[in-house]
Design a protein around this ligand. Structure first.
Ligand code: ADP
Ligand code: MG
Length: 460
């Protein structure tokens, strides 16, 4: 008889355990879900494209050969990205605090459902594993205040910031902290995507009463990730609006995260936009170098890997705008080192991460930023370098200087040369100007964010 997908994968992991390091198995192989095994084909699900590419680059032969061995036939492997896997965390069961005897004996339905919800919170995303620095300390403090006194300090709390900067981490940390102090609190954590689907299903299967009960009656703390994704979803917005009102009126805490400010989210009802502004809006900015160093140290410590300062600084210096990428680079480096047994030096890091770093330097060169800014504002690159004073040119020029300074790591004099032989003080004052305008001018802020988003796209 042939094995089931689960059995096959179990045997594979056991076999792999004798051949690869525990670190590789834990970080790369164990999180894979073996979704199907039939007709000599094995379908493996991974949480994101990065994991898929990495596994394909490094383990595709190993996985296929070992699977063939344990299956007793030669198998082909298909890879599928399943983002739902990001929510399940294998370490969760072991890290969870032990059940109290009381809980074990008198398991009620509510406790059961609380557990179900809290289970979706990633157990690694707690306040203790979050590194705070100037870029995020306001948001960090706001989240802690909310977790300590739900519904009494900032309600709703609107966490705002770019991709990979720790919003989901903070949101989840709030949930964990509340549960630690009030284990019976009914916390609902959901992504907007899951919420949209729930609304669709509730409508389709006539389960709106159940749906309303869940959110309006059986919820003390409502945590919604990536709220910007309800843009354009009218029915979901309608349901969300009513849930919001019920929870708010009965003094229950609401926290949402978003990669856009309320007024920048397109296609949402004005009344909803308005509600988001009732409480506190806290933003998370890209971390400064000190914070990046601290994040890397913490992560290496938690993996029990000792990393030389030169390696830490090398990574922190080169990967700037996104913590997820920073972590990804570190994981990749550690996996490489543990596979090859090479000592971790900055040179070694440079070799391993060459492709990431190269695309970064290419994408974030002064030229590519100038090109992007020119096409965004529909002006000529030559105009960015000229000295013409028309308003329509001054702003794009200043923004281009600002972005080059921030992301291309070029010095003021160097930028002076690259912007049509200007004095370095011209560049300095442009950067200063943009910096201060960003505090007050929402339109400019939106433009700069959009440009930075596009820079990151150039830079996967
Ligand atoms: P976002 O939701 O803003 O896109 P995430 O919360 O998913 O970002 O964070 C991406 C990764 O970076 C996560 O693994 C998270 O733990 C980590 N991370 C982000 N910011 C920090 C920080 N300040 N300290 C420690 N880890 C962080
Ligand atoms: Mg997120």
């Amino acid at each position: 008889m042939t094995k089931s997908a689960a059995e096959l994968w179990g045997s594979f992991l056991t076999a792999a355990a004798g051949k690869l390091s525990a670190h590789v198995i834990d970080s790369w192989l164990a999180p894979i879900r073996c979704a199907r095994y039939d007709n000599a084909t094995v379908v493996l699900e991974v949480r994101d494209q990065f994991a898929r590419d990495w596994l394909r680059d490094h383990y595709v032969d190993f996985i296929r050969d070992e699977l063939s061995l344990v299956a007793g036939e030669s198998v082909a492997v298909d890879w599928v990205v399943n983002p739902e896997l990001r929510l399940t965390d294998v370490s969760e069961e072991t890290n969870a605090p032990p059940e109290s005897p009381q809980e074990r004996s008198g398991v009620t339905e509510t406790v059961d459902s609380e557990k179900r919800e809290s289970r979706q919170l990633n157990s690694r995303y707690v306040f203790d594993t979050f590194v705070s620095g100037p870029s995020n300390q306001f948001a960090f403090a706001a989240c802690k205040a909310v977790a300590e006194n739900p519904a009494s300090s900032y309600n709703p709390l609107f966490l705002f910031g770019g991709v990979g900067l720790g919003k989901t981490h903070l949101l989840s940390a709030i949930g964990h902290q509340i549960l630690r102090e009030k284990p019976r609190a009914r916390i609902i954590y959901t992504s907007s995507e899951a919420f949209v689907n729930e609304v669709i299903n509730a409508v389709r299967f006539s389960k709106l009463d159940e749906f309303h009960n869940k959110y309006r009656r059986n919820c003390d703390v409502f945590l919604v990730d990536d709220i910007q994704l309800i843009a354009g979803k009218d029915r979901t917005q309608h349901e969300f609006f009513h849930i919001f009102n019920t929870l708010y009126d009965s003094q229950r805490q609401i926290v949402v995260t978003s990669d856009k400010l309320p007024h920048e989210i397109p296609d949402i009802e004005e009344r909803l936009r308005n509600r988001f502004q009732w409480g506190l809006i806290a933003d998370v900015q890209p971390p400064e170098i000190e914070t990046r160093v601290a994040i890397l140290r913490k992560k290496a410590d938690s993996e029990r890997v000792s990393l030389a300062d030169e390696v830490i600084f090398f990574l922190a210096k080169n990967i700037r705008s996104n913590v997820r990428e920073l972590e990804g680079a570190l994981v990749r480096l550690m996996a490489h080192a543990s596979l090859t047994g090479q000592p971790l030096t900055a040179d070694y890091a440079q070799t391993v991460l060459a492709d990431i770093l190269q695309s970064r330097t290419l994408a974030l060169s002064v030229e590519s930023i100038q090109k992007l800014v020119a096409s965004y504002y529909q002006v000529k690159i030559a105009d960015l370098k000229s000295a013409r004073r028309q308003r329509i040119l001054v702003r794009p020029r200043q923004v281009a200087m600002y972005l080059c300074r921030k992301h291309a790591g070029a010095s003021f004099p160097e930028l002076g040369t690259r912007f049509g032989d200007k004095d370095h003080t011209t560049i300095m004052s442009a950067c200063k100007k943009v910096d201060s305008l960003l505090k007050t001018d929402a339109a400019l802020r939106k433009e700069v964010l959009e440009l930075e988003r596009r820079l990151d796209v150039l830079n996967p």
